[in-house]
Write a protein that binds this ligand. Structure first.
Ligand SMILES: Cc1cc2nc3c(=O)[nH]c(=O)nc-3n(C[C@H](O)[C@H](O)[C@H](O)COP(=O)(O)OP(=O)(O)OC[C@H]3O[C@@H](n4cnc5c(N)ncnc54)[C@H](O)[C@@H]3O)c2cc1C
Length: 412
């Protein structure tokens, strides 16, 4: 009997691990608690809008190398859609000013010397002031390392970092912000082309499930792990309540569940314990023909607006402050801004507001320090998930890298 690697959780980290292992000819069984894969990145039919929507708009960048490699492997790269260049249109609701940030392709950032490409009102020295983030220590916040004011911070640093870290940047980990700056601004425009999955499940999840099935992997939905039987430094069996799977000597387990579940399976494991919400609002309306695929909004409630063929969708990060407001109030408030930005006079169209309370761990230095590596105290159990110590904030790229790392360890 060949050995089996059991992957617990069919979010992007678990799927990435499973794809890598199945690709190496390993026998893989994925156990997912829900009836649907994708975890925090999933699509579903929504009756309010009569549309298939994503739980949240998910932005990737062309330089997210692990995510691009994953999309290539599952054959869905064409489903990641975005402009040909790293162009980011913005509008400032306070001043009414609109501009487009245009990064040039190469690593040398010529765009910061070009006042038609850079942030309005900035000089190239303002960009140099972000540099201390790149070498910041792990115990520092962004606010301790750079001056969180001025045109480049207000019009680029703030929208970039709040989206990537999902926390008010001054409180966020400077080391995680530094990783973002290294992998985006310093990597050049070729790495910063924004890409959006035209349906999260259709592009990033279903093709992975199909490839896994084709590779002979088994996927068991509604199969929630309740506990792991441990002894002599290794896992011996998986307890699913109604059934139990005994592990053979060579078998391995990759635990790819969210941080709030992991301690119930691996007592004593260190996990981040504070979270931040993300709010998404979806409006069923065909966007105006000249509306860009995405636009950053400053000085409003809305932070980013994404255009899909059948809807306009809004993302608001670090959104704990919006959790108590009624959904109706929120929809009306957000629509007012969207209609203004898009130049639409229509009344509120059919809408949905999705509030993910625990969208990501809070990317503070203290929470970042709690993230564990991929190894556990048990020789045949590994960890994956966007909350493990990837060096990145909680993102798809981090989740996929963590799955790849855990798979690599299980393969050894
Ligand atoms: C609204 C929103 C917007 C976001 N926007 C972006 C973005 O623009 N760009 C970006 O890169 N990232 C974004 N993210 C983050 C991204 O979604 C996550 O980083 C990524 O999906 C996490 O994947 P994961 O596999 O680590 O965890 P999860 O997706 O949480 O997967 C864990 C899986 O484990 C399953 N599970 C739990 N317990 C058990 C059990 N006991 N047994 C079996 N299975 C179990 C769960 O059901 C789930 O399917 C966003 C997240 C949200 C919520």
């Amino acid at each position: 009997m060949p050995r089996t690697v059991n992957v617990i959780g069919a979010g992007l980290s678990g799927l990435a691990a499973a794809i890598r292992l199945a690709g190496r000819g390993e026998r893989v069984v994925v156990h997912e608690a829900m009836q649907q894969a994708g975890g925090r990145a999933r699509s579903y039919y929504d009756a309010n809008t009569d549309l298939v929507i994503d739980n949240g708009n998910h932005l990737l960048l062309s330089g997210n190398r692990a995510a691009m490699d994953y999309a290539r492997t599952i054959g869905s790269q064409a489903g990641l859609v975005g402009p040909a260049k790293a162009d980011f249109p913005f509008i400032d609701l306070a001043s009414g000013k609109r501009w487009t940030l245009r990064m040039n392709d190469g690593r040398v950032p010529w765009w910061i010397f070009d006042d038609k490409a850079r942030v309005p009102g900035s000089t190239f020295m303002d960009y140099v002031r972000l540099a201390p983030l790149v070498w910041a220590g792990k115990d520092k916040t962004v606010g301790e390392v750079i001056d969180c004011s001025g045109p480049v911070y207000d019009r680029l640093g703030l929208p970039l970092l709040v989206a990537a870290l999902n926390i008010a940047p001054p409180q966020g980990s400077a080391a995680l912000a530094g990783a973002i700056v290294r992998e985006t601004l310093l990597a050049g425009g070729r790495a910063c082309r924004p890409l959006i999955a035209r349906g999260l499940t259709e592009v990033l999840i279903d093709p992975a499930l199909r490839l896994l099935e084709k590779s002979g992997a088994e996927i068991r939905f509604g199969h929630q792990l309740r506990g792991i039987e441990m002894g002599d430094g290794r896992a011996h069996a998986l307890d699913f309540g109604a059934d139990r799977i005994a592990l053979d000597a060579g078998d391995a387990v990759i635990v790819a569940v969210p941080p709030w579940i992991a301690p119930s399976l691996l007592p004593g494991v260190s996990v981040p314990t504070a979270y931040r919400a993300i709010v998404n609002a979806h409006f069923r309306i065909v966007p105006p023909a000249d509306f860009p695929p995405m636009i950053g909004v400053l000085n409003g409630t809305v932070e980013w607006i994404f255009a899909f063929p059948d809807r306009l969708s809004v993302t608001i990060s670090d959104a704990d402050g919006l959790l108590e407001q009624s959904r109706e109030e929120l929809a009306a408030l957000i629509w007012k801004e969207v209609a203004h930005v898009a130049g639409i006079t229509a009344d509120l169209p059919p809408w949905q507001v999705v509030r993910e309370r625990r969208a990501t761990f809070a990317a503070t230095p203290a929470e970042n320090a709690k993230r564990p590596g991929p190894r556990t105290a048990f020789s045949n159990v590994y960890l994956a998930g966007d909350w493990t110590d990837t060096g990145l904030p909680a993102t798809i790229e981090g989740a996929i890298r963590s799955g790849n790392t855990a798979a690599g360890l299980a393969l050894r």
